[in-house]
Design a protein around this ligand. Structure first.
Ligand SMILES: Cc1ncc(COP(=O)(O)O)c(C=O)c1O
Length: 445
């Protein structure tokens, strides 16, 4: 099947698009184009079928080409294409906020709309600072992120993030007043853990050290991904997130979870916060919110934060923040249709039912050449490879390319191959994904 809307660009027509997070010159010399998608698959322009092992980019949780979403967006666009959310409102935005509040972690029932994960993160950071100021603690502005964290590409998210390549060239343009917890990846102690690793809860105590250094009176919030995806799938040790929560509570510091990849069913509950039974004060989300069909993000704020900020003088704008496309009607329509699908098909909990099958499949790759660790949780899996001497990431990149040639799309990050398939994946597709990856690893020096 090679139906597509647009002609395939010739190789000399690829230069104008400066591609994001892409080895542009490598890509343009050997383009990998996708032209069509349905269910668990993509098709290339020449009609080759590719199994989607990463839900697009961790976002197409209900699988591709969902007719219900297309119809909802089309209907919304033909009814009202755009309406501003600054000093105006439109019904579907309120309906969506109510629907999201109904599945949110306890108390996080105030929802602010953005257009991406990066915007959700920066919004959550600003809300944390605004909250403290509204309560008369305007000196609490410092933000604590974590090494290897990824929180998108805004200046806020980049500053609290901890992946060196995302930071090093921007140097002193980072936000001031940011510090970082140590990351929790430890292959020596935790290699081949099934699910959450047992070792490492004590790493949360490093927050006490940072409080000792900066003083709690200067710290607004701690932000972490419950599970880091971009740095190569790093799982929280058992008890780690609870300990962070306790230390934040003791010191009047807000805890922000970045659930951009873990939200909307990825690990078997609507949010990781529910799966791990740790409730943050603010939660950033995006991706699965619209099944990737429209750009949209949402920040869930605890009611206490909303209420504190609402104490501004009557009639004045309480939070000077927002986006032209916050609560875009077409994105709201996509999100509502997505939530309907999730509910009807039980997708927000399906990863829990599939996780032991997934875990066994992913861990069957143990013992293959150069494999040094395998990590999994819900429908997330990662295979970490030994780097080639002097060429970090090269082995994993070659494996990613070969998998694509064999009709399987995985994601490479550093020397890790990450997988996060649509939550509709079946047993046969899991086997195909993992077997293809296994045979490529075996053949790659
Ligand atoms: C945890 C996390 N936060 C934020 C982002 C940024 O999201 P976006 O690319 O939609 O800005 C991502 C993207 O992968 C992410 O994984």
């Amino acid at each position: 099947m090679n139906a597509q809307l647009h002609p395939v660009p010739a190789n000399d027509e690829l230069d104008a698009f400066w591609m994001p997070y892409t080895a542009n010159r490598q890509f343009k010399a050997n383009p990998r184009l996708l032209a069509r998608a349905e269910g668990m698959h993509y098709w290339t322009p020449d009609g080759r079928q590719v199994l989607d092992g990463v839900a697009g980019l961790w976002c197409v949780n209900a699988g591709h080409g969902r007719r219900e979403i297309t119809e909802a967006v089309t209907k919304q666009l033909s009814t009202m294409d755009f309406a501003p959310s600054f000093q105006m409102g439109h019904p579907i935005a309120f309906e969506l906020a109510n629907r999201l509040a109904a599945i949110s972690p306890p108390g996080l029932d105030r929802v602010f709309f953005t257009n991406s994960g990066s915007e959700s993160v920066d919004t959550a950071l600003k809300m944390a600072i605004a909250y403290h100021r509204a309560r008369g603690a305007g000196q609490k502005t410092r933000l604590i992120g974590r090494e290897k964290g990824y929180h998108g590409v805004g200046f806020g998210g980049m500053s609290v993030g901890g992946i060196v390549n995302n930071r090093k060239i921007f140097g002193s343009s980072m936000l001031p007043g940011v510090d970082h917890l140590p990351h929790t990846l430890n292959i020596e102690h935790n290699a081949y853990s099934r699910g959450l690793p047992a070792w490492g809860a004590h790493l949360a105590n490093e927050l006490e050290r940072l409080i000792g250094l900066h003083d709690a009176s200067t710290i607004a919030a701690v932000i972490v991904e419950p599970i880091s995806g971009s740095a190569g799938v790093i799982l929280p040790p058992v008890g780690y997130l609870k300990r962070l929560r306790e230390i934040c509570d003791k010191n009047d510091i807000l805890l922000i979870f970045d659930e951009v990849i873990t939200g909307f069913g990825r690990i078997g509950k609507p949010f990781a916060s529910l799966a791990f039974d740790v409730t943050p004060d603010l939660m950033a989300s995006a991706k699965g919110l619209t099944n990737g069909a429209m750009p949209m993000g949402a920040v869930f704020a605890h009611r206490k934060i909303y209420d504190a900020v609402m104490q501004a003088p009557e009639g004045s704008i309480e939070l000077f923040h927002g986006y032209t496309y916050s609560a875009h009607p077409a994105s709201c329509a996509a999100a509502l249709a997505t939530l309907d699908i999730y509910t009807k098909e039980g997708l927000l909990t399906r990863a829990a039912a599939m996780s032991s099958q997934w875990e066994n499949a992913v861990h069957s790759l143990r013992g293959l050449p150069h494999v040094v660790d395998i990590r999994n949780c819900g429908l997330i899996g990662a295979v970490e490879l030994e780097p080639r001497a002097g060429k970090p990431g090269a082995r994993a990149f070659e494996i990613f390319l070969k998998c694509f040639e064999r009709g399987v799309m995985v994601r490479q990050t550093g020397d890790t191959i990450a997988m996060s398939p649509p939550l509709i994946i079946d047993a046969k597709q899991i086997a195909h994904l993992v077997e293809t990856l296994g045979s490529v690893i075996r053949e790659t020096a």
